[in-house]
Design a protein around this ligand. Sequence first.
Ligand SMILES: NC(=O)c1ccc[n+]([C@@H]2O[C@H](COP(=O)([O-])OP(=O)(O)OC[C@H]3O[C@@H](n4cnc5c(N)ncnc54)[C@H](OP(=O)(O)O)[C@@H]3O)[C@@H](O)[C@H]2O)c1
Length: 301
Amino acid sequence: MKAAVITSFGEPSVLRVTEAPRPVPGPGQVLARVHAAGVNPAEILARAGAFRLPAPAIIGFEFAGVIEAVGSGVDEGMVGDRVAGWPDSATQGSYAEYTVSSNFATIPDGVSFEHAAATVIGADNAARALGLLNLRPGETLVVTGASGALGSAAVQFARQRGATVIGVAGASNADFVKSLGAIPVAHGPGLVDRIRAAAPGGVDAALDTAGKGLLPALVEVLGGPERVVTLADRDAARHGVEFSPGGSGNRDSRPVQEALDLIAAGAWTARISRSFPLDQAADAHRLVATGHTHGKVILLP
Ligand SMILES: NC(=O)c1ccc[n+]([C@@H]2O[C@H](COP(=O)([O-])OP(=O)(O)OC[C@H]3O[C@@H](n4cnc5c(N)ncnc54)[C@H](OP(=O)(O)O)[C@@H]3O)[C@@H](O)[C@H]2O)c1
């Protein structure tokens, strides 16, 4: 199969498309023909060597595609199903024509592979973080990174659950954040005052998905760190804030299914910035590394 194989970690140019063995689904796994792979900030770190993955590695931590074959213990009737989820291995990922997975949601009719791939990691992590915040209907939530994959999912789940949402993002994304149902607030100096002005009744909780040093401002607005959670700021402990790590142990396909069903119903937005053919994976990584993609970057293996 064709895959972007990393033989030594480093600059984007280490993503080289070449032939690689097609993986074989083991017990409980399916083999999926990958039609779209989301490109994530974590994959930028993985490619640069931060996770010390063994080489050769095929990265890519979310996928959408079609089940081509199944391993033992999996219903043969699933062959041909359109699914979106997580590759089981960090080194047999979705930057390839095929991957193996045991954790996925079903893509409803009318939802594209690109939109499905763009939904997996955002919906899962946003839902988990909102669960930690124990958000109740009628409460006011601040979401930073509201224009991004995780933040836009958090805004939409919080709105679905009856919260008022202040969405912090770049000024050029204000209209997008508003279209998700949030009150847009620009990031940058003066953030605390702008959030207070947007929420005269006060703020009950905050979710940081930007990871750009915004925790002191969120703690100040809330008057304490108890109802602040970050998905992205490794300095969380220093501010008394809970960091919620993602990972293979806590992935939940149910919020992904919920978001995909809402896309099919016209009630959820998974914004795509740009799609690249697999052999332009390095350019896709350069775009994601800017931190301002204006939507999900997708690879089409
Ligand atoms: N803990 C976990 O489970 C987990 C899982 C997946 C991802 N993550 C992390 O979550 C973060 C977001 O991922 P993503 O895929 O949602 O990224 P993304 O789609 O690229 O979104 C990035 C967001 O950050 C905002 N931003 C960029 N620079 C900023 C700044 N200086 N100040 C304030 N906001 C800024 C962007 O706003 P504008 O473009 O509008 O300026 C955008 O809303 C990444 O750090 C990623 O590694 C964590």
